[in-house]
Design a protein around this ligand. Structure first.
Ligand code: NDP
Length: 631
């Protein structure tokens, strides 16, 4: 049962809103689409490939043979390692560009950085490590510390190669291993590879003319320069007291950082192209009395409850354990999907009900702007005119009021589809030159660009020198999302072709368990290679076609952003394909596969077990415009 009732009393004029949404979308679509962004390589590498948080440590190149190379030391990499250990596999390395574990929470240390998913669900391995988060929504330092805790608890530090960038991955058939080449001159020959680089790991920059001309200070939010701003560990950004600062972007990251910048900068210019819709945060400390009531297994139960609430809605007799902005709106929307799946309402009725719910929710958020912002003209600029989930939902209690400050100026660049130009001294935006001492890019990450750009690895070559980038040029082709034919002993985590959850760590936990199981089984069966057969990949393509959540029509109408390839033509690989029946159904499918024990669809040392047969999961077939919570 949802714990917050939808805003049924809010009147909306649907035809008028549809027209506004369409108009606002159309005036933002750029002909260059995602081509407008720059990769942080070559001359721009300093924005992403350097580490402002840890001094470089010299070390000699390594030449070694190991069982498993895990590429990435964030949650996916650490959970892979923990599950490998549970499978009895100890001979692995975790290779990571950063100077420590943490991934997202190593890099994103900007002031105010916080995970907006309930921390008791999001922070993995709480029961295993005996840790209880301090608050319902954890801030970055606590999240980073938890990553280090997992590293210590599972003895992962001895296995880590930090400060190391992967340059090339090449399968060597003669030794049945992958050569892992790195920025440190290593040649690591690994039997198995787990790709755990994350989905938001590569910063991107807006392709604003003149970006290299700027002579002031600049950095990306995921490489925050506390030496310049001051305030490391305190968010007291005293170094900015006499500085004119511009922040480009008003997405989920900027919404969290801007209240701090507003409090401390001499003057802050917020460069906004599209406003975020900002709901209340309502963070609160962990209640020790509630903690005393928890029984073993509580975390998994809570995570499952959150996923069910957000994805399909909770039945009336099941309590919403998380009870927040995510479960309220997603739960309300999901209830209609549930009714549709049970045949209680038609597709047209589903669409109508969802649209009304969605428009009312967005209208509620526009009224939050009216309540928080003093100046009428400013209020209008800060209102979001698009459907819920067209952009990442955001939650913050201080963001909107920041614009009442005298030292904060909102620069709306929607008319020009972005900042016009960057100059030596600042930027030209909304028809005026703004001289600033510092430009902060809150411009997001490579999410929908080519797979090569997203991975940031120059070469990935499987059997017969076949490039993964060619193999997947038209989108992912995998068996259950984890393996590609022609790429033996290589496993993928993250968004490919499987079930997704708004709580990313739920998805990663199941993925890495499954991968560790296959590696463990391959080793136990004495095989050197394991590979998805072509037949198995074809089987999964058919299954994905049958059960894919088809939200393309919804996103095609959305204001541009990374959810819809910047308003361009939708591609299968935008953030991966979503298995509509959801995480529970997907995991049941994989658990049944594991229980059969025949490794169906995989070839061990070239000997294939028959691929699974198509499922008959018609009850959960994707509906048009299926409800998929945002990643
Ligand atoms: P986004 O990609 O969401 O936002 C980028 C921002 O830069 C947008 O406001 C965009 O405007 C703006 N921008 C890009 N180019 C230009 C330009 N030329 N001129 C002016 N503005 C420009 O990145 P974020 O870092 O904010 O968020 C990325 C993701 O990280 C989130 O979606 C979320 O998944 C994750 N995240 C999660 C958090 C959590 O709590 N779990 C917190 C923060 C981030 P426009 O919208 O018009 O394109």
């Amino acid at each position: 049962m949802a714990c917050v009732q939808p805003s049924n009393e809010i009147e909306v004029d649907l035809p008028a809103l549809r027209a506004i949404y369409r108009h606002e979308r159309d005036r933002r679509v750029r002909p260059d689409g995602e081509g407008q962004f720059l990769e942080v390589s070559d001359r721009l590498a300093g924005f992403g490939e350097t580490d402002p948080y840890s001094p470089p440590v010299e070390r000699a190149p390594i030449s070694e043979d190991i069982d498993v190379a895990i590429l990435g030391g964030g949650f996916a990499g650490m959970m892979s390692a923990a599950h490998l250990k549970q499978e009895g596999v100890e001979d692995f390395r975790i290779i990571e560009l950063a100077g420590d574990f943490g991934g997202t929470w190593y890099w994103n240390r900007y002031p105010g950085a916080q995970c907006d998913i309930d921390s008791y669900c999001y922070m993995p391995l709480l029961e295993e490590t005996g840790y209880m988060p301090k608050e319902k929504y954890a801030f970055s330092p606590e999240l980073f510390e938890h990553c280090k805790r997992i590293g210590r608890h599972f003895g992962l530090y001895d296995k880590a190669l930090f400060g190391t960038l992967i340059r090339a991955l090449r399968w060597d058939e003669s030794i049945k291993r992958w050569h892992v080449e790195t920025s440190r001159g290593d040649d690591i020959r690994a039997r198995f590879l787990i790709m755990a680089a994350g989905s938001f790991n590569r910063p991107k920059l807006p392709g604003i003319p003149g970006i290299m001309d700027y002579k002031g200070h600049s950095f990306h939010t995921s490489r925050w320069d506390y030496a310049y701003t001051g305030g490391k560990d305190t968010n007291q950004l005293t170094g900015l007291a006499d500085k004119r600062v511009a922040i480009i972007g008003t997405g989920a990251t900027a919404v969290q950082a801007i209240p701090h910048l507003g409090r401390h900068a001499g003057h802050l210019y917020v460069i906004q192209r599209t406003p975020s819709a900002v709901d209340a945060r309502n963070n609160k400390p962990t209640d020790p009395e509630w903690v005393k009531t928890l029984k073993p297994g509580w975390q998994q139960a809570r995570r499952d409850n959150l996923h069910q609430a957000v994805r399909f809605g909770l039945p009336d007799d099941v309590q919403d354990l998380v009870c927040d902005g995510w479960t309220a709106i997603n739960g309300a929307l999901a209830q209609h999907v549930g009714k549709h799946m049970r045949g209680e309402i038609s597709t047209a009725e589903l669409e109508a009900a969802r649209e009304l719910e969605d428009y009312r929710y967005q209208e509620k958020l526009r009224r939050r702007v009216d309540a928080a912002v003093d100046e009428p003209e400013l209020r209008e600029k800060l209102k979001a005119w698009y459907r819920f989930n067209c952009k990442r939902p955001t939650f913050n209690d201080d963001y909107l009021a920041t614009f009442n400050r005298d030292n904060v100026t909102l620069i709306d660049v929607s008319d020009d589809k972005g900042v016009e130009r960057i100059t030596e001294k600042g930027l030209i935006a909304a028809g005026r030159e703004i001289k600033v001492d510092c430009i902060i890019y809150a411009s997001g990450f490579e999410v929908t660009s080519s797979i090569r750009r997203r991975l940031g690895i120059d070469v990935v070559e499987g059997r017969n020198g076949r490039s993964l980038y060619d193999h997947w040029k038209d989108g992912f082709r995998t068996f259950y999302g984890y393996m590609a034919d022609g790429f033996p002993n290589q496993f993928f985590t993250g968004y490919t072709q499987g079930a997704v959850a708004a709580n990313l760590t739920l998805m990663l936990d199941h993925q890495t368990q499954h991968i560790a199981h296959i590696i463990g089984e391959t080793i136990r069966r004495g095989a050197r290679t394991v590979e998805a057969t072509h037949e198995a990949v074809e089987y999964w393509q058919d299954e994905m076609r049958e059960h894919r959540a088809s939200n393309d029509a919804f996103f095609a109408e959305c204001t541009p952003g990374y959810y819809n390839n910047e308003g361009g033509a939708l591609r299968r690989s935008y953030v991966g394909e979503v298995y509509a029946p959801g995480v529970a159904a997907f995991n049941a499918l994989l658990a049944a596969w594991r229980d059969r024990g025949d490794l169906g669809g995989l070839a061990l040392d070239g000997v294939a077990a028959p691929a699974p047969t198509p499922s008959t999961r018609n009850d959960t077939k994707a509906s048009a415009n299926a409800h998929i919570p945002a990643p």
